[in-house]
Write a protein that binds this ligand. Structure first.
Ligand code: ADP
Length: 250
């Protein structure tokens, strides 16, 4: 299937190294301790964080640290065909890899015996939801005020029509040659999640990682901006601007 035109334009009009439009809002849910909403192209993802709170079941408690339990779920109307509700092998796998990435950034040793529960609900899916997930969840953790090393931006890179591309959307994911989601800490260069299916040469892999790392830096700035906007707005709501002193003629 031809997904990239001869002049290098992709199925949805992007260039090979272009991200889909990204929108991030922090603090969108009142009841959660922290929350975030992310749009990543046509993906729409909500993340909610509860805790640190008492860990249930108790046998999962760790006396030395908190455990980070992420539940990733795609809701029934998130895809074209109705998705069968409830957990399946794919959501269990994605929950596990996101839990492990988030566990690495949270200072879990500060909260022994507790659980930090992270819920990721995919409202609309168009490939790359396992990347939109940690992008949203790490903003939600920060919004909850949980001490952490850093945010976790994430994006998929891959190969389509023999070209290395950034941020695959659905058709590219389905009919492309390789899909390689990564999540990382741009500040330190540490990679916290990486999976790959398909085939690439070593040179293509290196180029893909280069594209992914550059994109994660941009996503990281959007995450930070979402948090800055959230707390700037609160400040102005709580502290109305002082009235300007009236000039007196005299
Ligand atoms: P990711 O969303 O991280 O790219 P996958 O590569 O497993 O994860 O899935 C790619 C896309 O395929 C999803 O974003 C979604 O649009 C679609 N998809 C996944 N599971 C289902 C399903 N059970 N039914 C219909 N579409 C699905």
């Amino acid at each position: 299937m031809k997904l990239i035109s001869d002049d290098g334009i992709r199925y949805d009009g992007r260039k090979v190294d272009e991200l889909r439009p990204i929108r991030i809002e922090a603090g969108v849910l009142k009841r959660a301790d922290g929350s975030a909403y992310v749009e990543f192209g046509k993906n729409k993802v909500l993340a909610a964080v509860y805790g640190p709170r008492e860990c249930h079941p108790r046998h999962m408690q760790n006396p030395a640290k908190a455990i980070v339990q992420c539940k990733y779920n795609m809701i029934a109307f998130s895809v074209g065909d109705r998705k069968r509700p409830g957990p399946d092998r794919r959501s269990v796998e994605i929950s596990k890899i996101i839990s492990e990435a988030l566990d690495y950034v949270v200072f879990t040793e500060n909260f022994p015996r507790t659980s930090i529960d992270v819920y990721i609900e995919v409202l609309q899916a168009n490939a790359g939801t396992r990347c939109a997930g940690p992008t949203a969840a790490s903003v939600a953790l920060a919004d909850a005020g949980i001490p952490m090393k850093d945010l976790v931006p994430s994006v998929a890179v891959g190969k389509v029509n023999d070209q290395v591309v950034l941020d695959l959307q659905k058709e590219e994911d389905n009919y492309g040659q390789a899909d390689l989601p990564i999540a990382m800490i741009p500040r330190t260069g540490e990679i916290l999640l990486m999976q790959m299916d398909g085939h690439m040469t070593r040179a293509e892999f290196d180029r893909a990682i280069e594209l992914g790392v550059g994109a994660c830096k941009r996503i990281y700035d959007i995450q930070k901006d979402a948090l800055a906007r959230r707390y700037t707005v609160e400040k102005t709501e709580e502290e109305p601007a002082e009235e300007a002193p009236s000039e007196q003629e005299g």
